[in-house]
Ligand binder design. Sequence first.
Ligand code: IPD
Ligand code: CA
Ligand code: CA
Length: 263
Amino acid sequence: MLHSALINVMVKAARRAGRGLKRDLGEIEHLQVSLKGPANFVSLADKRAEEMLYEDLAKARPGYGFIGEEGGTREGSDKSHTWIVDPLDGTTNFLHGIPQFAISIALKRDDTVIAGVIYNPANDELYIAERGKGAFLNDQRLRVAGRRQLNECVVACGLPHIGRGDHALFRTEMTEIQNRVAGLRRFGAASLDLAFVAAGRLDGYWERNLQAWDIAAGQIMVRESGGIVSGLEGHDNALTTGNVVCGNEYVHGELLKILKAVG
Ligand code: IPD
Ligand code: CA
Ligand code: CA
């Protein structure tokens, strides 16, 4: 399938960094047995992946700015274009050898994300989206699920862990939603949660306290698949607030109603 030059640049970078992460995942399986565990090794793998992505993206598009989780912000001479990159989303999964993690790359032009690539090297699933051109998983056009009964829906969430977020608020949200849906999931990689909604595998997803690099590529993926993404008050501010809810028009609306009532 033919893609734009921009998508080709993003895919090439994601695949190269992905090969590194896949090799590292193999190594982690050996390190699990050591007492110290693979934590340091993972943090190195993470940084290495980000450097590779920066190298490739900066070479292909010199001057674009770069915001990465590991290296912080690197200003570019072109003030309207910025890459937003999570080199390893789902670190805890990766650390434990759980193959649910991804490289997430988005490109923002001024205030709008215009392209996104999410790549899980463990199963070779590649999601791409470009503004106005649709979203694809390994070249299959994506469409969000069409369910209109919450009690038939499978919904994913984030689950705040030690030292993170408001656990009591999460439990209240979870109780309300748990009572209304067919299944609740916690997969552990925000970019893939959004990609799964885009692919119609999940009907909806919500999470608080994320960062722009967790959401940017997934947001355009869901929107280009016909879904709705917003912050938890219903505004288009998920990227700046770090709080996100999404689904098809109906599911998004229902989840938002519940979350607003408890939040
Ligand atoms: C995390 C994952 C996880 C979400 C966390 C994120 P990281 O990103 O996306 O699903 O619940 O809040 O920070 O740290 O693995 O890149
Ligand atoms: Ca992340
Ligand atoms: Ca990360």
